[in-house]
Write a protein that binds this ligand. Sequence first.
Ligand SMILES: NC(=O)N[C@@H](CC(=O)O)C(=O)O
Ligand SMILES: [Zn+2]
Ligand SMILES: [Zn+2]
Length: 352
Amino acid sequence: MTRLTIKKPDDWHLHLRDGAMLEAVLPHSADFARAIIMPNLERPVVTTADAAAYRDRILAALPEGQAFTPLMTLYLTESTDPDDVEAGFRSGLITAVKLYPAGATTNSQNGVHDLERVYPVLERMAEIGLPLCVHGEVVDPEVDIFDREAVFIERVLEPLRRRIPDLKVVMEHVTTQDAVEYVQASERNLAATITVHHLMVNRNAMLAGGIRPHYYCLPIIKRERHRQALRVAATSGDQRFFLGTDSAPHTDGRKLSSCGCAGVFSAPLALPCLAHVFEECDALQKLEAFASLNGPIWYGLPSNDESVTLVRHDEPQAWPERIASADGPVTLFDPTVPLHWALETQAGGQPG
Ligand SMILES: NC(=O)N[C@@H](CC(=O)O)C(=O)O
Ligand SMILES: [Zn+2]
Ligand SMILES: [Zn+2]
């Protein structure tokens, strides 16, 4: 197959940041119609009023002609007010609430230390049908960083889902076979997003032959066996798995440091990478389900009317190595292999 037309995809996990970085990265999500916007700004998006103001800043930063709908989320804290959450949901502004275990990832220091303290919010969410997105890693320093997702399932997620079975939960950016099997075994109210980079590379890309900080993200990239499990899940057509790029830009200065930030900036080449993966798995016919259909079904939204066409070129396509922002350069995800796919609108393979 050399051309593939699918409904316009959505990105169910995206970091757009704020200010100069927002301006720089937002045009690179133009291949997506909608995205779930992560709330972990330096000053997190905690209240409905914060989310309304952040949505306005995103819409103000949209380039002329780019149709894009930000789906806003709230950053759950131990003082989140269930009434404010419900009001945000009922007004149509809030699509999900995000749980960051305190200390688990970028800008999570205001997250949740003690889950007990947020049960009133979670119970309200279950009542009104508002989904919870989770960064699924424990922060216990005794737990090895490569095991933190698997341990989270056992210690946090399973008890939480037993206690509030009506709560709809999305396990964000799953990275392990353990998480895939846990989602597959669930009877209801559980889904997962999968990133492009976790489908493309294993931890050797980050650690073999030299340390490559641009591959450092959380949950950390795992060994090959896990990547294979993610590929099987993503290409299966199973409605519980859908695309969340977790495109998470940081300036090179903050990545290339003795204590570098976690996050991979993948938005500009997310769809060409996905086409590459699905072609390798002989599953191009399942790409639309993963990128454009399963997410809307889970969130109870219509799929997009527009479509996009991916074209397979004979020659490998080129992307810039980095983009500029007023805060400094931001390096793109390096897929490590030549990519032959590009969006049809991307003349010469340049990102739209
Ligand atoms: N994935 C990451 O490594 N980083 C994300 C946070 C997150 O999604 O955990 C970020 O905001 O930089
Ligand atoms: Zn996360
Ligand atoms: Zn993220």
